[in-house]
Design a protein around this ligand. Structure first.
Ligand SMILES: [Zn+2]
Length: 226
């Protein structure tokens, strides 16, 4: 399997540093950061641990009070740049190259290291400076971090609550395709009609119909409660 780049690791750590929904670090059982990162990138704990050591040596990551990895100022700046780049390249893929939103995420990962910062700025300008990636994530990371406080994963809502889908979790490609197949896309109004988190079962009303969705899907839909 091809290794992941420094930027892909920084992006992953970024999601854990500015968490929302499923990206929130688990507090029980204290899994180490390398375990979390390994799980999100689909690599072994050993490879993740090795890369984290390298990021530490390079001054991008430092160890906190509880040995947790924290982005340094340099690391955070680079992670934010990588995240922004990913979102602009996704828009290049959908708006210019005609890929579907569901396809864009994986291709953007593959292209991540292809474009220089200057190229990314030129692409953003040609696309008219898009605000969000096709999956609803703000291109401006300050906007994203502020907005995190206004959103909830659908799985955290009480039954009977109406909401608008704002962002989709994108690191699980199969789930991302499923969201689009089911019409669960940014901008869609939904209502949570039944929630049984213990059983991992949720029901939502969308477009006049009702459908059952699993826990993983409910945790990956980031919504603005009405
Ligand atoms: Zn995206």
């Amino acid at each position: 399997m091809a290794g992941h780049s420094v930027d892909e690791y920084l992006e992953t750590i970024y999601f854990l540093a500015f968490p929302i929904g499923e990206y929130r670090p688990t507090t029980t059982g204290t899994p180490t950061l390398s375990a979390r990162v390994a799980e999100m990138l689909g690599v072994s704990r050993a490879s993740a641990g090795e890369m984290l050591k390298r990021l530490e040596r390079d001054g991008l990551v430092e160890r906190g009070e509880h040995k947790e990895a924290i982005l340094t100022a340099t690391g955070r700046e680079r992670a934010e740049r990588a995240v922004r780049k990913h979102r602009i390249i996704e828009r290049l893929l959908t708006d210019f190259m005609g890929y579907t939103a569901a396809e864009a995420h994986v291709h953007a990962d593959e292209l991540g290291d292809t474009f220089t910062d200057d190229m990314v700025e030129r692409i953003a300008a040609r696309l008219g400076h898009p605000d969000r990636c096709p999956h609803g994530w703000p291109v401006d990371t300050d906007v994203e971090q502020a907005e995190n406080r206004e959103l909830e994963p659908l799985s955290a809502l009480r039954a009977g609550t109406g909401a608008t889908i704002v962002r989709l979790a994108e690191h699980d490609g199969e789930l991302l395709h499923w969201f689009y197949d089911e019409g669960l896309v940014p901008g869609t109004a939904i209502e949570l009609t039944a929630a049984e988190p213990a059983a991992g079962q949720f029901r939502v009303r969308v477009d006049g119909g009702e459908k059952a969705i699993g826990e993983k899907a409910a945790a990956g839909l980031f919504v603005r409660p009405a």
